[in-house]
Design a protein around this ligand. Structure first.
Ligand code: CAA
Length: 391
């Protein structure tokens, strides 16, 4: 039985901070960002945007194409959860009017949990082919101002419908996985921003890639030459380049630059201008590949390397399906990216400092063009609205 991603769509915020603006503010050479870390822009969420509104925007176009009452489970992967108890997915469930006969759960492990969601959902569909499961990966990457991580912020959400006979990609059985209890990036409960040991985190990422690769080949017998395109977790695109170089060296592959670029660059185009989106970034890389490779990918094998600091990692693959192009939503992705408004550094700081969700009562000014937005907090309860329903 084939199981995998039937539909996939992503959403990002309406604003961005250019790394040119950022470099001018910090008195740093722009090349450090565009060449050194390989980033140009970071999507910035205004105060009335959070992972729930981003996830709703990512999911709504999928629901327009199916009977939403058939969704049997929602797995909401995030490390930017909005409540210590209630799953972000249940806010989403209400906002999108999903069936009451639907299980909802939030999954957390830094940037890894979206991959865990895909593996779990795939197994559930194999056990019961009637299941139609929404796996959502959504995060807002936020670091302290004036730290090394500040240039690697961003935000985004990816919604994926997991079904049998998928129209986009079949997720192949077997994968390589790896866990190690390390402190490279973490966020204690009282903090809204992550703490990170930046250089160490890059080393742990690359070590995890080598470990998952070994486990993947042992488990599946698949080889480097059998993979056509490589999608990586992308905190910044230079990390994906380093990852692929590490893998190429490890397997002793002889690749010219053109082949190296073909295997990895299409899966970096969106990430370069969206920034880090933690759990969503691997799947934004996949969408970037789908939207930007004009050749027919039918039958091609795509690999996914998911890395979540702390750390849990997984390497798995999928096979592209016939006529997948007919269900892609490239226009929506490109429109959202293109319509974002540039922020000055001061406007970015105003958003940055005005996202205090700890107030008992807050009414959020209308920045997010919707249709889904965080409208208010009343008695510590989050109030979301669908502006389309208010017209
Ligand atoms: N022209 C060209 N290149 C330049 C340059 C210039 N003018 N100036 C600097 N560079 C290069 C540097 O040589 C360096 O390249 P290498 O990494 O190849 O050595 C690169 O630009 C970055 O420069 P620095 O090392 O000086 O930058 P930094 O220390 O200020 O910050 C960072 C780099 C540590 C990665 C920082 O961005 C950070 O802490 N980011 C957050 C953590 C992170 O994303 N880690 C990734 C792995 S963990 C993970 O993936 C999970 C997750 O999502 C967080």
């Amino acid at each position: 039985m084939k199981v995998g991603i039937d539909l996939i769509h992503f959403a990002t915020a309406d604003f961005y901070l250019g790394l040119d603006t950022f470099a001018a503010e910090k008195g740093t050479e722009l090349d450090k960002y565009t060449i050194g870390i390989g980033q140009e822009k970071m999507s910035i969420a205004p105060p009335d945007e959070d992972v729930v509104s981003l996830a709703a925007k990512a999911t709504a176009p999928i629901l327009e194409q199916i009977d939403r009452n058939q969704i049997s489970a929602v797995m909401f992967a995030t490390e930017t959860g909005v409540d210590q108890s209630k799953s972000a997915g249940v806010f989403l469930h209400g906002l999108l009017k999903l069936s009451k006969h639907c299980r909802v759960i939030e999954l957390k492990h830094a940037c890894y949990s979206g991959a865990a969601g895909i593996q779990m959902a795939t197994a559930m569909v194999k056990a019961n082919p009637k299941e139609k499961i929404l796996v959502i990966a959504a995060d807002i990457a936020k670091y302290d101002v004036d730290t090394s991580g500040e240039a690697t912020q961003g935000c985004g959400a990816v919604a994926m419908l997991i079904t049998e006979n998928p129209r986009v990609i079949e997720i192949e059985p077997g994968s390589g996985y790896f866990t190690d209890d390390v402190m490279d990036f973490w966020r204690p409960n009282h903090r809204t921003t992550a703490l990170v040991d930046g250089k160490y985190s890059a080393k742990v990422y690359l070590n995890s890639l080598k470990q998952t690769w070994d486990h993947f080949t042992e488990q599946t017998g698949r080889t480097f030459d059998g993979i056509d395109y490589f999608c990586y977790h992308i905190p910044f695109t230079k990390m994906a380049e380093k990852a692929h170089k590490t893998l190429v060296k490890k397997v002793g592959a002889k690749l010219d630059k053109a082949k190296f670029d073909t295997q990895t660059l299409p899966g970096q185009i969106y990430n370069r201008i969206v920034g880090n989106s933690y759990s969503a970034s691997l799947f934004i890389s996949f969408i970037s590949l789908l939207d930007n490779v004009k050749d027919d990918l039918q039958g091609k094998r795509v690999s996914f390397f998911s890395y979540g600091s702390g750390c849990v990692a997984e390497f798995f693959t999928g096979i592209m399906q016939a006529n997948y192009q007919s269900v892609l939503m490239a226009e929506s992705h490109q429109h959202q990216i293109a319509k974002r408004q540039a922020l000055s550094y001061q406007q970015y700081l105003d958003f940055y400092h005005n996202t205090d969700d700890e107030q008992e009562n807050t009414v959020y000014a209308n920045h997010n063009s919707g249709p889904f937005r965080l409208a208010a907090i009343e008695g510590y309860k989050r109030i979301y609205e669908n502006t389309d329903e208010m017209e």
